[in-house]
Design a protein around this ligand. Sequence first.
Ligand code: NAD
Length: 286
Amino acid sequence: MLLLSAKPVVEKLNHEVFLRVKEVTKKLGRAPKLSVILVGNDPASQIYTSKKGEAAVKLGMLHESHHLPASVTPQEVKKLVDRLNEDPTVDGILIQRPLPKSFIEEEVVYWVDPSKDVDAFHPENAGRLVLGLPCFRPCTPHGVMEILDHYGLSVSGKTACVIGRSSIVGKPLGSLLLQRDATVFQCHSKSPDLKKIAASCDFLFVAVGRMGLVGQDYIKKGAVVVDVGIHRNAQGKVVGDVLFDEVKDIAQAITPVPGGVGPMTIAVLMQNTVWSAEKRAVKSMK
Ligand code: NAD
């Protein structure tokens, strides 16, 4: 069984981004900048945002964090985003989720200017992805594709089952696989015969958010299994949606949790931020 570890993939991507940051810094006369907005005191979100900032700085980029209290109104946050949209020194803007209940997600996704939308959540970027047009890469799904590419696992002409249809993981992952000529079964909580479909596919992608949902009866012998889920179990151990020990001897290849899909998200966010700066550098030369 091939263990699809993120480590070498992240190292390769980070090295490429580091070199691109150096180049674009010369052209722009400043380093690319990522602005992160965090609302409230969710401990996991605080960890995620600080990791994103650390990654940016490590790769030679600038990072600014706007930490606002949970009591802030959506209008106040929108005003801040408007200001960052207008700021020519900001290349990427990210609003950390989850937001307090007073925020309406369907409205928030329109706030960040599509040209600075490094999370690729804006409907313009989501639509461009489906149409196969150039756009920011949705961080987690694109991270999955980078893992497959690194390990030489082509989905072309193969069957792929995606369990999950969220806007940030399941749906964009289905689009990316389709673009690579996979035959995609997009499954979800209402799918009939889920196990049967999953167990018939060459590739299985699990993005459900249910600890240990997927056991051996979901796996075709020799399948490639990608586990997007992240949970902490009762023993405090980080685990995924897939029962790794049950599946590892049936699968041809599998992503570990932790150390699989998780670290890819920030690596792709860094790629997106440098790409945004590169586009700005081209415009500033015209
Ligand atoms: P979500 O809750 O938005 O979506 C879950 C999807 O799973 C839904 O489409 C739902 O229809 C489907 N589903 C729910 N129960 C099901 C069942 N019993 N059978 C089949 N389908 C079912 O979740 P999300 O944001 O897509 O995240 C999924 C998981 O991935 C979570 O564990 C999350 O923590 C993790 N995640 C990891 C990263 C990362 O690694 N960087 C990024 C995003 C999400």
